[in-house]
Design a protein around this ligand. Structure first.
Ligand code: URA
Length: 236
């Protein structure tokens, strides 16, 4: 069974600083298996019955939060001036070490996961694992079948960078669905630039087999279950 220091468990799971956790534990605010435990350095099985300020612990090693990113918010953990996606995480889901998994541009909306699980983040982003990201793109001009072919063959960006094969589906004259499994800087905008179109609106609707729920409003967050997290690695 996994063991961690008592102060670390209290700090990460109840979102308090390590210092505040120690002070509170010393003051008798935390219990282990029904008894007050004041020695904050004790190694404790993470599955034990633990309470803090009367609240029972449901231990989770990591947390996975899906946000429907609104426009104007940065895909970052913190920023001195601008609001970030992590600022939008509600208090009950907050933890130290939360970061967005990859980046959406400031004006891009939609599916973005925020987590403290770095290994998961790497797997979801790395082109090696071929997790497809699906976007709905509104363009400033007309889509053509030649563009569909160019995306399928693999676009070479203006600076000579080759992109992997991408799936472009025409949904209407100027709206498309694009699926890519890599995340180069401004990739979708630059890919359309190569075929002579500008991007007016960009929304990510899915990552792997997990889609943005229709009822998740812009700016709202939802904690994901392990099944939902696993479904990311089943490509659609
Ligand atoms: N491609 C872009 O150009 N912007 C994004 O935010 C995501 C993909």
């Amino acid at each position: 069974m996994k063991q961690e220091r008592f102060d670390k468990i209290i700090s990460t799971q109840f979102n308090v600083s390590r210092r505040d956790a120690r002070i509170a534990i010393r003051r008798g605010k935390a219990t282990l298996n029904g008894k007050v435990l004041r020695d904050f350095g004790t190694l404790v099985d993470v599955d034990s019955e633990i309470t803090f300020n009367g609240q029972a612990l449901n231990y989770k090693q990591y947390i996975y939060i899906l946000i429907n990113k609104p426009k104007g918010v940065l895909s970052a953990s913190s920023d001195k001036k601008k609001q970030t996606v992590v600022d939008l995480v509600p208090e009950n889901l907050r933890r130290n070490g939360l970061s967005p998994v990859g980046r959406l541009d400031k004006d891009t909306t939609g599916f973005l996961i925020i987590t403290d699980d770095g290994e998961f983040a790497h797997k979801a982003i790395s082109p090696k694992y071929e997790v497809y990201k699906s976007y709905i793109v509104t363009l400033d001009g007309k889509l053509t079948d030649d563009m569909v072919k160019a995306f399928a063959d693999g676009i070479v960006l203006a600076d000579g960078t080759p992109c992997r094969k991408a799936e472009l589906s025409i949904l209407s004259e100027n709206i498309a669905r694009v699926k890519i499994c890599e995340g180069k800087y401004h990739q979708i905008k630059r890919m359309f630039g190569v075929v002579g179109l500008g991007v007016n609106e960009l929304k990510r609707e899915a990552v792997g087999g997990l889609s943005l729920p229709e009822d998740l409003e812009e700016g709202a967050c939802k904690e994901l279950s392990m099944e939902e997290i696993q479904s990311i690695f089943t490509n659609c």
